[in-house]
Design a protein around this ligand. Structure first.
Ligand code: SAM
Length: 319
């Protein structure tokens, strides 16, 4: 007897649901033991100067604790503990507490964040969002299967349509955008918990001018240090840049005061992170100090490079 093979039809959903499953579902990308550091380099991995600057920021605001939202495997917490052993630390991420991480750990934000600096470095770009495509002057929802194949659904309605109308109007047919509403909601939820605290979001960001120059949006995949096609199968990160202007407005609507919205370069320079080379004379008088200062200068230059990490958006809000 011969049997015909039957192929199950691909189940497609919006990118939001597909990404949530691929990153945070059972066996999802962010649940893997190696953690994000194995797949891409954030400011936290680039240099301890980033963490030290954040410890300085907490001090400058008179805050004695730091909550790291989307803490990876606790890399930033280690730097903070070394920079200022008196800081109370809490890491929040979807995995159980990694071994040897200082401070407390949780898989969810506490109800109340009192008297702390909350840091969200490259968190919002990993909050799943819908992807839409323009047809006849309207945005249509893009559906995707676990194999990355897509189809176009009907016009977007409801809250997503309202978000797009305000922040990302459609261009010519075939243009794409990501709906930042979920990032706004995640940030507003965090802001509502602040009580005498400051929250900082640092991320790949865009404003209206950049969005107008992004005809295909910013959805991307990352795996093993390389950019790869975004396929929501758990094998890679699925990320999209953040409409930080919209996030700032959502934070304000949730009761926050914006302290500053600048580039990482401006923010870190203000916190004393500069890429200036050491005086050449130091090489003669103290060669070891010269080499150390040179290494720090090159790390600072990477953190503040306007074409790289220095071009990230930095939003600081208080409530
Ligand atoms: C791009 S990584 C950044 C890691 C770290 N902040 C850094 O800068 O190196 C994003 C992290 O956010 C975490 N994350 C995303 N959404 C989360 C949520 N709702 N709750 C807890 N962690 C979350 C992911 O698991 C992942 O570790």
């Amino acid at each position: 007897m011969t049997r015909g093979t039957s192929v199950a039809p691909v189940r497609r959903t919006g990118w939001r649901e597909a990404t949530a499953r691929a990153l945070y579902g059972p066996g999802g990308f962010y649940r893997s033991p190696e953690g994000p550091a194995a797949h891409f380099r954030t400011s936290v991995h680039a240099s301890p100067l980033f963490g030290r600057a954040l410890a300085g920021l907490a001090r400058a605001h008179g805050l004695r604790g730091v909550v790291d939202v989307g803490a990876g495997r606790g890399e930033l917490l280690r730097v903070l503990a070394a920079a200022d052993p008196g800081l109370h630390l809490l890491g929040v991420d979807v995995v159980p507490r990694p071994a040897g991480v200082p401070g407390a750990w949780s898989d969810a934000l506490p109800e109340r964040l009192a008297g702390v600096l909350v840091v969200a470095n490259e968190w919002l770009d990993d909050v799943p969002c819908e992807v839409v495509e323009a047809r006849g002057g309207r945005w249509h929802l893009v559906l995707v299967g676990e194999d990355g194949t897509e189809e176009l659904a009907g016009p977007v309605g409801g809250a997503d349509a309202a978000w797009l109308a305000r922040w990302w109007p459609p261009g010519p047919d075939g243009g794409r955008a990501e709906v930042g509403r979920t990032r706004d909601e995640a940030w507003a939820d965090l802001v509502r918990r602040l009580d005498g605290s400051v929250a900082v979001a640092v991320d790949y960001a865009h404003g209206p001018a950049e969005r107008a120059a992004l005809p295909r949006g910013t959805l991307a995949g990352w795996r093993g240090g390389r950019q790869v096609p975004p396929v929501p199968d758990g094998s890679c990160d699925v990320t999209a840049h953040v409409a930080l202007d919209a996030v700032a407005a959502a934070g304000e609507a949730a009761g926050a005061r914006t302290l500053r919205r600048v580039t990482q370069r401006e923010a870190l320079r203000g916190l004393g992170v500069r890429g200036d080379r050491p005086e050449p004379g130091l090489a003669r008088t103290d060669p070891l100090a010269y080499v150390r200062a040179l290494a720090a200068a090159s790390e600072a230059a990477e953190l503040t490079d306007p074409a790289g990490l220095g071009g990230f958006g930095w939003l600081e809000q208080a409530r």
